[in-house]
Design a protein around this ligand. Structure first.
Ligand code: NAD
Length: 479
Protein backbone atom coordinates (compact mmCIF):
# COMPACT_ATOMS: atom_id res chain seq x y z
CA UNK A 1 0.00 0.00 0.00
CA UNK A 2 1.32 3.40 -1.00
CA UNK A 3 0.97 5.74 1.98
CA UNK A 4 1.24 9.27 0.65
CA UNK A 5 2.16 12.19 2.89
CA UNK A 6 2.12 15.95 2.53
CA UNK A 7 5.39 17.79 1.89
CA UNK A 8 5.43 20.88 4.11
CA UNK A 9 8.41 22.95 5.17
CA UNK A 10 10.84 20.43 3.72
CA UNK A 11 9.37 17.42 5.54
CA UNK A 12 6.98 14.59 4.73
CA UNK A 13 4.11 14.92 7.21
CA UNK A 14 0.75 13.33 7.98
CA UNK A 15 -2.38 15.49 7.62
CA UNK A 16 -3.15 17.16 10.95
CA UNK A 17 -6.66 15.66 11.14
CA UNK A 18 -5.23 12.15 10.57
CA UNK A 19 -7.76 11.46 7.80
CA UNK A 20 -7.03 9.70 4.52
CA UNK A 21 -8.88 8.89 1.32
CA UNK A 22 -8.38 5.85 -0.88
CA UNK A 23 -6.22 5.88 -3.97
CA UNK A 24 -7.47 3.55 -6.70
CA UNK A 25 -5.44 1.84 -9.43
CA UNK A 26 -7.78 2.22 -12.45
CA UNK A 27 -6.13 -0.55 -14.46
CA UNK A 28 -7.35 -3.16 -11.93
CA UNK A 29 -10.17 -1.17 -10.31
CA UNK A 30 -8.77 -1.67 -6.79
CA UNK A 31 -7.48 0.45 -3.93
CA UNK A 32 -3.70 0.43 -3.76
CA UNK A 33 -2.93 3.24 -1.36
CA UNK A 34 -4.15 6.22 0.63
CA UNK A 35 -3.63 9.96 0.37
CA UNK A 36 -4.06 12.63 3.02
CA UNK A 37 -7.55 14.11 3.21
CA UNK A 38 -5.96 17.44 4.13
CA UNK A 39 -7.88 20.56 5.02
CA UNK A 40 -7.42 24.28 5.67
CA UNK A 41 -5.12 23.66 8.63
CA UNK A 42 -2.55 21.85 6.43
CA UNK A 43 -2.83 24.51 3.74
CA UNK A 44 -2.25 27.16 6.41
CA UNK A 45 0.97 25.43 7.53
CA UNK A 46 2.14 25.12 3.93
CA UNK A 47 1.48 28.80 3.24
CA UNK A 48 3.31 29.84 6.41
CA UNK A 49 6.30 27.74 5.37
CA UNK A 50 6.26 29.22 1.86
CA UNK A 51 6.01 32.77 3.24
CA UNK A 52 8.97 32.15 5.52
CA UNK A 53 11.08 30.76 2.67
CA UNK A 54 10.23 33.57 0.23
CA UNK A 55 12.71 36.31 1.28
CA UNK A 56 15.77 34.07 0.89
CA UNK A 57 14.58 32.17 -2.22
CA UNK A 58 13.45 35.30 -4.07
CA UNK A 59 16.73 37.11 -3.43
CA UNK A 60 18.94 34.15 -4.28
CA UNK A 61 20.88 34.55 -7.55
CA UNK A 62 19.17 33.12 -10.63
CA UNK A 63 22.18 30.87 -11.14
CA UNK A 64 21.81 29.31 -7.70
CA UNK A 65 18.06 28.75 -8.08
CA UNK A 66 18.75 27.28 -11.50
CA UNK A 67 21.21 24.79 -9.99
CA UNK A 68 18.58 23.45 -7.57
CA UNK A 69 16.07 22.99 -10.40
CA UNK A 70 18.62 21.25 -12.61
CA UNK A 71 19.36 18.85 -9.78
CA UNK A 72 15.66 18.02 -9.52
CA UNK A 73 15.54 17.43 -13.30
CA UNK A 74 18.50 15.05 -13.09
CA UNK A 75 16.88 13.08 -10.27
CA UNK A 76 13.63 12.77 -12.25
CA UNK A 77 15.66 11.33 -15.14
CA UNK A 78 17.43 8.95 -12.77
CA UNK A 79 14.11 7.67 -11.42
CA UNK A 80 12.43 7.43 -14.84
CA UNK A 81 11.33 3.80 -14.49
CA UNK A 82 9.96 4.15 -10.94
CA UNK A 83 8.06 7.32 -11.82
CA UNK A 84 6.67 5.94 -15.09
CA UNK A 85 5.36 2.84 -13.32
CA UNK A 86 3.81 4.99 -10.58
CA UNK A 87 2.15 7.24 -13.17
CA UNK A 88 0.69 4.24 -14.95
CA UNK A 89 -0.63 2.65 -11.73
CA UNK A 90 -2.21 5.90 -10.65
CA UNK A 91 -3.66 6.99 -13.97
CA UNK A 92 -4.17 3.84 -16.05
CA UNK A 93 -2.01 5.03 -18.94
CA UNK A 94 0.40 2.60 -20.65
CA UNK A 95 3.79 2.42 -18.91
CA UNK A 96 5.53 2.95 -22.28
CA UNK A 97 3.67 6.26 -22.72
CA UNK A 98 4.65 7.53 -19.27
CA UNK A 99 8.23 6.42 -19.96
CA UNK A 100 8.43 8.12 -23.35
CA UNK A 101 6.32 11.22 -22.70
CA UNK A 102 5.13 12.11 -19.20
CA UNK A 103 8.25 11.67 -17.12
CA UNK A 104 10.84 12.95 -19.62
CA UNK A 105 8.65 16.01 -20.09
CA UNK A 106 8.53 16.60 -16.30
CA UNK A 107 12.35 16.67 -16.25
CA UNK A 108 12.34 18.88 -19.37
CA UNK A 109 10.01 21.36 -17.64
CA UNK A 110 12.50 21.85 -14.79
CA UNK A 111 15.46 22.00 -17.16
CA UNK A 112 13.72 24.43 -19.49
CA UNK A 113 12.85 26.95 -16.76
CA UNK A 114 16.14 26.44 -14.90
CA UNK A 115 17.92 27.66 -18.02
CA UNK A 116 15.27 30.11 -19.29
CA UNK A 117 15.69 32.18 -16.15
CA UNK A 118 19.35 32.68 -17.04
CA UNK A 119 18.39 34.18 -20.41
CA UNK A 120 15.50 36.42 -19.40
CA UNK A 121 16.03 40.17 -19.45
CA UNK A 122 14.05 43.31 -18.83
CA UNK A 123 13.54 46.52 -20.78
CA UNK A 124 14.79 50.08 -20.49
CA UNK A 125 12.98 53.07 -21.95
CA UNK A 126 15.17 56.08 -22.41
CA UNK A 127 13.67 59.60 -22.36
CA UNK A 128 16.86 61.12 -23.77
CA UNK A 129 18.57 63.50 -21.42
CA UNK A 130 15.47 63.83 -19.27
CA UNK A 131 15.13 60.42 -17.64
CA UNK A 132 15.71 56.67 -17.86
CA UNK A 133 13.04 54.05 -17.15
CA UNK A 134 13.92 50.48 -16.40
CA UNK A 135 11.67 47.53 -15.60
CA UNK A 136 12.15 45.23 -12.67
CA UNK A 137 10.39 41.87 -12.86
CA UNK A 138 9.92 40.79 -9.29
CA UNK A 139 8.57 37.50 -7.96
CA UNK A 140 5.11 37.86 -6.45
CA UNK A 141 5.26 35.76 -3.28
CA UNK A 142 3.51 32.46 -2.60
CA UNK A 143 2.16 30.95 -5.82
CA UNK A 144 -0.72 28.45 -5.75
CA UNK A 145 -0.38 25.69 -8.39
CA UNK A 146 -3.29 23.29 -8.95
CA UNK A 147 -3.19 20.55 -11.57
CA UNK A 148 -5.41 17.79 -13.05
CA UNK A 149 -5.13 14.00 -13.42
CA UNK A 150 -4.60 13.46 -17.15
CA UNK A 151 -0.86 14.25 -17.35
CA UNK A 152 -0.11 14.26 -13.62
CA UNK A 153 3.62 14.98 -13.17
CA UNK A 154 3.93 16.63 -16.59
CA UNK A 155 1.38 19.36 -15.80
CA UNK A 156 2.24 19.65 -12.11
CA UNK A 157 5.86 20.50 -12.96
CA UNK A 158 4.82 22.71 -15.90
CA UNK A 159 3.52 25.15 -13.25
CA UNK A 160 5.91 24.57 -10.39
CA UNK A 161 9.10 24.96 -12.46
CA UNK A 162 8.44 28.52 -13.78
CA UNK A 163 7.00 29.62 -10.43
CA UNK A 164 10.14 28.51 -8.58
CA UNK A 165 12.56 29.63 -11.30
CA UNK A 166 11.25 33.18 -11.17
CA UNK A 167 11.76 33.33 -7.41
CA UNK A 168 8.33 32.55 -5.96
CA UNK A 169 7.73 29.95 -3.33
CA UNK A 170 4.94 27.48 -4.01
CA UNK A 171 2.01 25.69 -2.40
CA UNK A 172 0.92 23.04 -4.88
CA UNK A 173 -1.93 20.57 -5.07
CA UNK A 174 -1.93 17.63 -7.48
CA UNK A 175 -5.17 15.93 -8.43
CA UNK A 176 -6.44 13.63 -5.67
CA UNK A 177 -7.09 11.07 -8.42
CA UNK A 178 -3.39 10.87 -9.37
CA UNK A 179 -1.23 11.97 -6.42
CA UNK A 180 1.61 9.41 -6.57
CA UNK A 181 4.24 11.09 -8.74
CA UNK A 182 3.74 14.41 -6.92
CA UNK A 183 4.57 12.51 -3.71
CA UNK A 184 7.70 11.06 -5.31
CA UNK A 185 8.59 14.57 -6.47
CA UNK A 186 8.58 15.69 -2.82
CA UNK A 187 11.08 12.90 -2.04
CA UNK A 188 13.19 14.11 -4.97
CA UNK A 189 13.14 17.70 -3.67
CA UNK A 190 14.40 16.48 -0.30
CA UNK A 191 17.16 14.51 -2.04
CA UNK A 192 18.06 17.58 -4.13
CA UNK A 193 18.42 19.63 -0.95
CA UNK A 194 15.78 22.19 -1.97
CA UNK A 195 15.59 24.64 0.96
CA UNK A 196 12.67 23.98 3.29
CA UNK A 197 9.39 25.76 2.53
CA UNK A 198 10.33 26.64 -1.07
CA UNK A 199 7.96 24.01 -2.45
CA UNK A 200 5.08 22.61 -0.40
CA UNK A 201 2.74 19.90 -1.69
CA UNK A 202 -0.62 19.43 0.02
CA UNK A 203 -2.70 16.40 -0.98
CA UNK A 204 -6.46 16.12 -0.78
CA UNK A 205 -9.77 17.03 -2.33
CA UNK A 206 -10.30 19.99 -4.62
CA UNK A 207 -13.21 21.40 -2.62
CA UNK A 208 -11.08 21.44 0.55
CA UNK A 209 -7.39 21.86 -0.29
CA UNK A 210 -7.80 23.52 -3.70
CA UNK A 211 -10.35 26.07 -2.53
CA UNK A 212 -8.34 26.77 0.67
CA UNK A 213 -5.34 27.69 -1.50
CA UNK A 214 -7.42 29.79 -3.89
CA UNK A 215 -9.24 31.72 -1.17
CA UNK A 216 -6.20 32.37 1.05
CA UNK A 217 -5.27 36.04 1.30
CA UNK A 218 -1.54 35.25 1.30
CA UNK A 219 -1.55 33.48 -2.09
CA UNK A 220 -1.66 36.36 -4.58
CA UNK A 221 -1.22 34.29 -7.72
CA UNK A 222 -2.91 31.09 -8.89
CA UNK A 223 -2.02 28.87 -11.81
CA UNK A 224 -4.74 26.31 -12.46
CA UNK A 225 -5.23 23.57 -15.04
CA UNK A 226 -8.44 21.56 -14.99
CA UNK A 227 -12.08 21.63 -15.99
CA UNK A 228 -13.90 24.75 -17.16
CA UNK A 229 -16.52 24.57 -14.38
CA UNK A 230 -13.78 24.40 -11.71
CA UNK A 231 -12.04 27.31 -13.44
CA UNK A 232 -15.24 29.32 -13.11
CA UNK A 233 -15.45 28.61 -9.37
CA UNK A 234 -11.83 29.65 -8.92
CA UNK A 235 -12.32 32.86 -10.92
CA UNK A 236 -15.34 33.76 -8.75
CA UNK A 237 -13.26 33.54 -5.59
CA UNK A 238 -10.07 35.06 -6.97
CA UNK A 239 -11.55 38.02 -8.90
CA UNK A 240 -12.76 40.10 -5.93
CA UNK A 241 -9.43 39.43 -4.21
CA UNK A 242 -7.65 40.79 -7.34
CA UNK A 243 -5.45 37.73 -7.64
CA UNK A 244 -3.38 37.06 -10.72
CA UNK A 245 -4.91 34.06 -12.48
CA UNK A 246 -3.78 31.68 -15.19
CA UNK A 247 -6.51 29.24 -16.19
CA UNK A 248 -5.90 26.33 -18.57
CA UNK A 249 -9.30 24.69 -19.05
CA UNK A 250 -11.25 22.25 -21.21
CA UNK A 251 -11.31 21.75 -24.96
CA UNK A 252 -13.36 20.30 -27.80
CA UNK A 253 -10.78 20.47 -30.51
CA UNK A 254 -11.46 20.31 -34.24
CA UNK A 255 -9.33 18.23 -36.60
CA UNK A 256 -9.87 19.52 -40.16
CA UNK A 257 -8.83 17.24 -43.00
CA UNK A 258 -8.71 18.49 -46.60
CA UNK A 259 -8.70 16.14 -49.59
CA UNK A 260 -5.26 17.33 -50.70
CA UNK A 261 -3.48 16.21 -47.51
CA UNK A 262 -0.79 13.52 -47.22
CA UNK A 263 -3.37 10.81 -46.48
CA UNK A 264 -1.14 8.20 -44.86
CA UNK A 265 0.66 10.70 -42.61
CA UNK A 266 -2.66 12.27 -41.63
CA UNK A 267 -4.15 8.86 -40.81
CA UNK A 268 -1.21 7.86 -38.64
CA UNK A 269 -1.26 11.10 -36.62
CA UNK A 270 -5.07 11.29 -36.44
CA UNK A 271 -5.09 7.93 -34.64
CA UNK A 272 -2.82 9.53 -32.04
CA UNK A 273 -4.63 12.86 -31.83
CA UNK A 274 -7.88 10.95 -31.26
CA UNK A 275 -6.85 8.26 -28.79
CA UNK A 276 -3.47 9.03 -27.18
CA UNK A 277 -3.66 8.72 -23.39
CA UNK A 278 -7.17 7.20 -23.88
CA UNK A 279 -8.29 10.49 -25.44
CA UNK A 280 -7.63 12.21 -22.12
CA UNK A 281 -5.38 15.00 -23.38
CA UNK A 282 -6.92 18.45 -23.43
CA UNK A 283 -5.42 18.80 -26.94
CA UNK A 284 -6.93 15.64 -28.46
CA UNK A 285 -8.93 16.29 -31.63
CA UNK A 286 -12.38 14.96 -30.77
CA UNK A 287 -14.32 16.42 -33.73
CA UNK A 288 -12.93 15.27 -37.08
CA UNK A 289 -14.13 17.18 -40.14
CA UNK A 290 -13.28 15.58 -43.49
CA UNK A 291 -13.61 17.17 -46.92
CA UNK A 292 -16.37 15.37 -48.82
CA UNK A 293 -14.34 13.85 -51.71
CA UNK A 294 -12.30 11.74 -49.24
CA UNK A 295 -14.94 11.20 -46.53
CA UNK A 296 -15.70 7.56 -47.42
CA UNK A 297 -12.03 6.72 -48.01
CA UNK A 298 -11.12 8.24 -44.63
CA UNK A 299 -13.99 6.54 -42.83
CA UNK A 300 -13.07 3.07 -44.15
CA UNK A 301 -9.33 3.42 -43.50
CA UNK A 302 -9.72 5.09 -40.08
CA UNK A 303 -12.28 2.63 -38.71
CA UNK A 304 -10.19 -0.31 -39.96
CA UNK A 305 -7.13 1.02 -38.11
CA UNK A 306 -9.07 1.91 -34.95
CA UNK A 307 -10.52 -1.61 -34.77
CA UNK A 308 -6.95 -2.97 -34.65
CA UNK A 309 -5.94 -0.81 -31.68
CA UNK A 310 -5.10 -2.82 -28.56
CA UNK A 311 -6.77 -1.96 -25.24
CA UNK A 312 -5.76 -3.50 -21.92
CA UNK A 313 -2.92 -4.23 -19.47
CA UNK A 314 -0.94 -0.95 -19.37
CA UNK A 315 2.28 -2.86 -18.63
CA UNK A 316 2.20 -4.27 -22.18
CA UNK A 317 2.64 -2.54 -25.55
CA UNK A 318 -1.04 -1.57 -25.80
CA UNK A 319 -2.43 1.47 -27.62
CA UNK A 320 -4.87 2.32 -24.85
CA UNK A 321 -4.74 1.59 -21.14
CA UNK A 322 -7.52 2.30 -18.64
CA UNK A 323 -9.37 5.61 -18.28
CA UNK A 324 -8.65 7.33 -15.02
CA UNK A 325 -11.54 6.31 -12.74
CA UNK A 326 -14.86 4.54 -12.48
CA UNK A 327 -16.92 7.78 -12.48
CA UNK A 328 -14.98 9.05 -15.49
CA UNK A 329 -15.56 5.77 -17.34
CA UNK A 330 -19.31 6.08 -16.63
CA UNK A 331 -19.27 9.67 -17.86
CA UNK A 332 -17.59 8.71 -21.14
CA UNK A 333 -19.96 5.74 -21.67
CA UNK A 334 -22.95 7.99 -20.98
CA UNK A 335 -21.79 10.34 -23.76
CA UNK A 336 -21.70 7.38 -26.17
CA UNK A 337 -25.33 6.66 -25.21
CA UNK A 338 -26.17 10.34 -25.70
CA UNK A 339 -24.57 10.24 -29.17
CA UNK A 340 -26.88 7.35 -30.11
CA UNK A 341 -29.91 9.22 -28.76
CA UNK A 342 -28.89 12.21 -30.84
CA UNK A 343 -28.97 10.06 -33.99
CA UNK A 344 -25.29 9.07 -34.22
CA UNK A 345 -24.09 5.72 -35.56
CA UNK A 346 -21.28 4.00 -33.67
CA UNK A 347 -18.91 2.78 -36.41
CA UNK A 348 -16.60 0.96 -34.00
CA UNK A 349 -16.04 0.63 -30.26
CA UNK A 350 -18.65 2.05 -27.92
CA UNK A 351 -18.31 -0.43 -25.08
CA UNK A 352 -16.43 -1.13 -21.88
CA UNK A 353 -13.67 -3.73 -22.19
CA UNK A 354 -12.85 -6.38 -19.57
CA UNK A 355 -9.29 -7.56 -20.22
CA UNK A 356 -8.10 -10.92 -18.91
CA UNK A 357 -7.03 -11.80 -15.37
CA UNK A 358 -6.48 -9.18 -12.70
CA UNK A 359 -7.30 -6.40 -15.20
CA UNK A 360 -10.90 -7.54 -15.74
CA UNK A 361 -12.32 -4.98 -13.30
CA UNK A 362 -10.25 -2.08 -14.64
CA UNK A 363 -11.85 0.87 -16.39
CA UNK A 364 -11.24 0.22 -20.08
CA UNK A 365 -13.20 1.62 -23.03
CA UNK A 366 -12.89 0.68 -26.70
CA UNK A 367 -11.70 3.48 -28.99
CA UNK A 368 -14.96 4.75 -30.43
CA UNK A 369 -15.81 6.43 -33.74
CA UNK A 370 -19.25 7.96 -34.29
CA UNK A 371 -20.79 9.48 -37.44
CA UNK A 372 -24.07 11.06 -38.47
CA UNK A 373 -24.29 13.82 -35.86
CA UNK A 374 -25.04 17.50 -36.34
CA UNK A 375 -22.15 19.86 -35.56
CA UNK A 376 -24.21 21.62 -32.90
CA UNK A 377 -25.57 18.62 -30.94
CA UNK A 378 -24.42 18.09 -27.35
CA UNK A 379 -22.03 15.27 -28.29
CA UNK A 380 -20.24 17.70 -30.60
CA UNK A 381 -20.31 20.64 -28.22
CA UNK A 382 -19.43 19.21 -24.78
CA UNK A 383 -16.05 17.91 -23.66
CA UNK A 384 -16.10 14.09 -23.31
CA UNK A 385 -12.39 13.69 -22.52
CA UNK A 386 -12.19 10.02 -23.42
CA UNK A 387 -11.50 7.70 -26.38
CA UNK A 388 -14.46 8.97 -28.42
CA UNK A 389 -14.38 10.93 -31.69
CA UNK A 390 -17.03 11.99 -34.16
CA UNK A 391 -16.49 12.25 -37.91
CA UNK A 392 -18.35 14.66 -40.21
CA UNK A 393 -18.05 15.63 -43.90
CA UNK A 394 -17.78 19.24 -45.10
CA UNK A 395 -17.77 20.94 -48.49
CA UNK A 396 -16.35 24.44 -48.15
CA UNK A 397 -13.78 26.27 -46.02
CA UNK A 398 -16.47 28.63 -44.75
CA UNK A 399 -18.64 25.69 -43.67
CA UNK A 400 -15.87 23.90 -41.80
CA UNK A 401 -14.83 27.11 -40.05
CA UNK A 402 -18.41 27.53 -38.83
CA UNK A 403 -18.38 23.97 -37.47
CA UNK A 404 -14.91 24.27 -35.95
CA UNK A 405 -15.59 27.59 -34.21
CA UNK A 406 -19.07 26.65 -32.99
CA UNK A 407 -18.21 25.41 -29.48
CA UNK A 408 -17.66 27.45 -26.33
CA UNK A 409 -14.10 26.07 -26.24
CA UNK A 410 -11.03 27.34 -28.09
CA UNK A 411 -7.94 25.41 -27.06
CA UNK A 412 -6.31 23.76 -30.08
CA UNK A 413 -7.03 22.76 -33.66
CA UNK A 414 -5.36 20.67 -36.34
CA UNK A 415 -5.44 21.26 -40.10
CA UNK A 416 -4.35 18.75 -42.75
CA UNK A 417 -3.67 20.16 -46.24
CA UNK A 418 -0.86 20.49 -48.75
CA UNK A 419 -2.12 23.94 -49.78
CA UNK A 420 0.00 26.28 -47.70
CA UNK A 421 -2.00 29.37 -48.64
CA UNK A 422 -5.16 27.75 -47.37
CA UNK A 423 -3.39 26.51 -44.23
CA UNK A 424 -2.33 30.04 -43.24
CA UNK A 425 -5.77 31.44 -44.03
CA UNK A 426 -7.60 28.83 -41.95
CA UNK A 427 -5.07 29.14 -39.10
CA UNK A 428 -5.84 32.84 -38.84
CA UNK A 429 -9.62 32.19 -38.78
CA UNK A 430 -9.70 29.45 -36.16
CA UNK A 431 -10.75 30.60 -32.69
CA UNK A 432 -8.16 28.58 -30.78
CA UNK A 433 -4.95 29.38 -28.92
CA UNK A 434 -2.98 26.73 -30.81
CA UNK A 435 -3.16 25.55 -34.44
CA UNK A 436 -1.20 22.56 -35.70
CA UNK A 437 -0.72 22.30 -39.47
CA UNK A 438 0.05 18.80 -40.75
CA UNK A 439 1.10 17.66 -37.27
CA UNK A 440 -0.26 17.32 -33.74
CA UNK A 441 1.21 17.86 -30.28
CA UNK A 442 4.51 18.99 -31.71
CA UNK A 443 5.62 21.11 -28.76
CA UNK A 444 8.35 23.69 -28.49
CA UNK A 445 8.36 24.78 -24.85
CA UNK A 446 9.21 28.36 -25.88
CA UNK A 447 5.84 28.88 -27.58
CA UNK A 448 2.78 30.41 -25.87
CA UNK A 449 0.41 27.68 -24.69
CA UNK A 450 -3.26 28.17 -23.81
CA UNK A 451 -6.77 28.67 -25.03
CA UNK A 452 -9.40 31.30 -25.80
CA UNK A 453 -13.10 31.48 -24.86
CA UNK A 454 -14.00 28.89 -22.19
CA UNK A 455 -10.66 27.10 -22.67
CA UNK A 456 -8.90 29.56 -20.43
CA UNK A 457 -7.32 32.84 -19.60
CA UNK A 458 -3.62 33.60 -20.03
CA UNK A 459 -0.76 31.64 -21.52
CA UNK A 460 1.83 29.23 -20.20
CA UNK A 461 5.12 28.29 -21.85
CA UNK A 462 8.33 30.15 -22.57
CA UNK A 463 8.74 33.59 -21.07
CA UNK A 464 4.93 33.91 -20.82
CA UNK A 465 4.98 31.70 -17.72
CA UNK A 466 8.03 33.38 -16.20
CA UNK A 467 6.34 36.73 -16.70
CA UNK A 468 3.05 35.47 -15.27
CA UNK A 469 4.85 34.64 -12.03
CA UNK A 470 6.45 38.10 -11.77
CA UNK A 471 5.17 41.65 -11.43
CA UNK A 472 6.78 44.22 -13.71
CA UNK A 473 7.74 47.42 -11.90
CA UNK A 474 8.81 50.53 -13.77
CA UNK A 475 11.56 52.59 -12.16
CA UNK A 476 11.89 56.12 -13.57
CA UNK A 477 15.18 57.90 -12.86
CA UNK A 478 15.40 61.66 -13.51
CA UNK A 479 18.73 62.39 -15.10
P1 NAD B 1 -10.88 19.32 -12.24
O1 NAD B 1 -11.24 20.71 -12.56
O2 NAD B 1 -11.91 18.43 -11.68
O3 NAD B 1 -9.67 19.27 -11.21
C1 NAD B 1 -8.44 19.91 -11.46
C2 NAD B 1 -7.77 20.22 -10.14
O4 NAD B 1 -8.54 21.20 -9.44
C3 NAD B 1 -7.66 19.02 -9.20
O5 NAD B 1 -6.44 19.09 -8.50
C4 NAD B 1 -8.83 19.24 -8.26
O6 NAD B 1 -8.66 18.63 -7.01
C5 NAD B 1 -8.83 20.75 -8.12
N1 NAD B 1 -10.12 21.33 -7.72
C6 NAD B 1 -11.36 20.80 -7.82
N2 NAD B 1 -12.28 21.65 -7.32
C7 NAD B 1 -11.60 22.74 -6.90
C8 NAD B 1 -12.00 23.98 -6.31
N3 NAD B 1 -13.27 24.26 -6.05
N4 NAD B 1 -11.04 24.88 -6.02
C9 NAD B 1 -9.74 24.65 -6.32
N5 NAD B 1 -9.31 23.49 -6.86
C10 NAD B 1 -10.23 22.55 -7.16
O7 NAD B 1 -10.27 18.72 -13.59
P2 NAD B 1 -9.81 17.22 -13.85
O8 NAD B 1 -11.04 16.40 -14.00
O9 NAD B 1 -8.76 16.85 -12.87
O10 NAD B 1 -9.08 17.38 -15.25
C11 NAD B 1 -9.70 17.27 -16.47
C12 NAD B 1 -9.94 18.64 -17.08
O11 NAD B 1 -8.71 19.35 -17.20
C13 NAD B 1 -10.48 18.57 -18.49
O12 NAD B 1 -11.52 19.50 -18.63
C14 NAD B 1 -9.30 18.95 -19.36
O13 NAD B 1 -9.63 19.51 -20.61
C15 NAD B 1 -8.62 19.94 -18.49
N6 NAD B 1 -7.22 20.12 -18.89
C16 NAD B 1 -6.86 21.28 -19.49
C17 NAD B 1 -5.55 21.46 -19.92
C18 NAD B 1 -5.10 22.73 -20.58
O14 NAD B 1 -3.90 22.94 -20.71
N7 NAD B 1 -5.99 23.59 -21.01
C19 NAD B 1 -4.61 20.45 -19.70
C20 NAD B 1 -5.04 19.27 -19.10
C21 NAD B 1 -6.34 19.12 -18.68
Amino acid sequence: MLHIKNYINGKLVEPQNGNYVDNINPSIGKKYGVIPDSDEADVQLAIEAAKKAFPVWSKMSDQKRSNYLLKIADLIDKKLDQLALAESQDNGKPVWLATQVDIPRAAANFRFYATAILHDSTETHSMGELALNYTLRQPIGVAGCISPWNLPLYLFTWKIAPALASGNTVVAKPSEVTPATAYFLSEICIEAGLPEGVLNIVHGLGGKVGSAIVSHKDVPTISFTGGTSTGKEIAKIAAPMFKKLSLELGGKNPNIIFADCDFEKMLEITLKSSFANQGQICLCGSRIFIEKPIYEKFKTAFVERVKKMKVGNPNKKVDLGAVVSEPHMQKVLSYIELAKEEGGTVLCGGKRVHPEGEFADGYYIEPTVIEGLAFDCRTNQEEIFGPVVTIMPFETEAEVLTYANSTMYGLASTVWTSNLQRAHKIAAELHTGIVWINCWLLRDLRTPFGGVKSSGVGREGGFEALHFFTEPKNVCVKL
